[in-house]
Design a protein around this ligand. Structure first.
Ligand code: E4P
Length: 217
C-alpha cells in the first residue's frame, strides 16, 4: 500500500519524506488555507515546492465547478510539474472532466467520494485515483471502512485500473484496516504514519537491551 501524506505543510512533508516511506502528497483548498497559502500565484508556487520535496504523485485540486473552467484549471495544474495529479470533485462536470483528462493521458484523482456508485462512475471515467473519505463517514456514524471494501470488490470484479486512495484517514487503525482491506493507497496526517512506529514493548525491550549491554561493559 502506498503512503501519501495529506497536508500542505512543507515541514511535515519533509519529515515524512525523511522516514523513507512516503509515496506522495495530497492537498485540498482547506489544507492550503490552513498553511496560509492564498491567491493563485502562491498556490501554484506551493505545488511546485511540494513536488521538489517528494518523488511521488502530488494531488492539486481544481477550484472550478463547471466543465470548461475545470479543463483550463486542470491543464494549468498538470503543466506545472510531471508529478501533479489533477484533483476533481465528484460532481457531474468533474466526471466529464475526468474522462477528458484520462483520454489526454493526464492523471486524475476524483475526490469527495462517499458511495460505491460514485466510485464506479469515477472508474468508468478513467480516474487514476478515487478518494473515498473514510474519516468523514465515520464522523457521521457510518462505516467508512465498509465503503472501501465495497469499492475494492467492484474494482476487482471488473479489473478497473483506478487505484483506491483511502482519504480522510485519521489514525493508525485506519491505516492498518486500509492495508487489510487492500486499499492501493492511504492518505493521512503525519501522526497516522509516525504512530505506526510506536509500541510500548519495543520501548521497554530496547531499554532492557541497552541496560544489559551496559552491565557487561
Ligand atoms: C483527501 O484528499 C482530503 O484531502 C482529505 O483526506 C480530507 O481529510 P479530512 O476529512 O481529515 O479533512
Amino acid at each position: 500500500m502506498k503512503f501519501f501524506i495529506d497536508t500542505a505543510n512543507l515541514e511535515q512533508i519533509k519529515e515524512a519524506q525523511a522516514l523513507g516511506v512516503l509515496d506522495g502528497v495530497t492537498t485540498n483548498p482547506s489544507l492550503m488555507a490552513k498553511e496560509g497559502i492564498t491567491g493563485k500565484a502562491n498556490i501554484l508556487k506551493h505545488y511546485k515546492d511540494i513536488c521538489a520535496l517528494v518523488e511521488g504523485d502530488v494531488s492539486a485540486e481544481v477550484i472550478a465547478t463547471d466543465y470548461a473552467t475545470m479543463i483550463s484549471e486542470g491543464e494549468e495544474l498538470a503543466a506545472l510539474h510531471p508529478q501533479i495529479v489533477v484533483k476533481l470533485p465528484m460532481i457531474k462536470d468533474g466526471i466529464k472532466a475526468c474522462k477528458y483528462f484520462s483520454d489526454k493521458g493526464i492523471r486524475t484523482n476524483v475526490t469527495l467520494v462517499f458511495s460505491a456508485g460514485q466510485a464506479l462512475l469515477a472508474a468508468k471515467a478513467g480516474a487514476t485515483y478515487v478518494s473515498p473519505f473514510l474519516g468523514r463517514l465515520d464522523d457521521i456514524s457510518t462505516d467508512g471502512m465498509h465503503l472501501i471494501s465495497e469499492i475494492r470488490l467492484i474494482y476487482d470484479n471488473y479489473n478497473f485500473s483506478t487505484q483506491i486512495l483511502s482519504a480522510s484517514v485519521r489514525n493508525t487503525m485506519h491505516v492498518i484496516n486500509c492495508a487489510k482491506i487492500g486499499s492501493d493507497v492511504m492518505t493521512g496526517p503525519l501522526s497516522a504514519i509516525s504512530g505506526l512506529l510506536k509500541h510500548p514493548l519495543t520501548d521497554s525491550g530496547l531499554a532492557q537491551f541497552l541496560a544489559d549491554y551496559q552491565k557487561g561493559n
